[in-house]
Ligand binder design. Sequence first.
Ligand code: MG
Length: 346
Amino acid sequence: MQIKIQSIQLRLKHPFTTARNTSTEKTNIIVRLEHDQIVGWGEAAAHIRFKQTPETVWTALEDMVPKLPVAPTAYEHMLAEMQSWVPGQSAAKAALDMAVMDWVGKQLGIPLFRLWGLDPARMPVAGTTIGIDRPDVMAAKVAEAGDVRFLKVKLGTDHDRELIEAIRKVSDLPIRVDANEGWRDVEKAAREIEWLADRGVELIEQPLPADRFDDAIWLRDRSPLPLYADEAFESAADIPRLAEAYDGINIKLMKCGGTAAARTAIHTARALGMKIMLGCMIESALAISASLQLAPLVDAVDLDGDRLIADHPFIGHKLINGCVRLNDQPGLGVTPAAEVFDLFGA
Ligand code: MG
């Protein structure tokens, strides 16, 4: 098994602002795995909130690659053991997991959703994310949203109501709010959620800072809308505790360390009666496609990271009538563009 890694620059269509920061471009790491003349691809999107950067991803991959077995066939064991090879560094692990699973699917000649026995007709509806901006700019971005069934709106400012009112003037699509830990006053958060519930908002993601656990319990008891943990959730081991304070979790491959770890998290959350959303970082269609393969298992998807970027190093699944349709290509279902072949000199 031969592994090569390269970094790739992704330019965003618009500066993207959350309650935490603003980004205009993103550096991700691409993994190319080759064995028996079959190539599998993986992608790591590091996020500083989880103490990961492109540099830490690169170092972690260099540490992990020599530990890989000769062939990726006994992948279930390999992917479980990989989680303990280096501490943290879940994005690097996600990239290796994806490359291995893309290879496995291609070797078997089937898409991963078929390997996992999932019905592609059971895909949750697709939405688009509206980052924080001036109210008129946020309303203009809604007009660009295209064929989607909901808007995921970033909040966590001191003028959130003004932002929602601007969007409501141009769209009556359901809204899902992500405060990205931006609300600090729990009583004010409760009032904001009451107000939002009357304006077609369906759910609230990470209203309070992740470490405010007792306040999250207090808020959930009063909230008319389901509350989802995002920053508070990393991997399956967090779920039993989170079930006391949240109705659902937002699973991202980059937080939990790949598709195998995500499947463990999905089954753990289901056992505890929680709702599940699949989310993403700013990622190309490569990593997005890995999450989409799992999407028939969950209640909601927020997998538009590839639609926020101007570059398309990988071509993945198509959005049709407000829902992503999984294609029937083996593995992750992605095709690399010419620039990826140039990058790897192949
Ligand atoms: Mg979030």
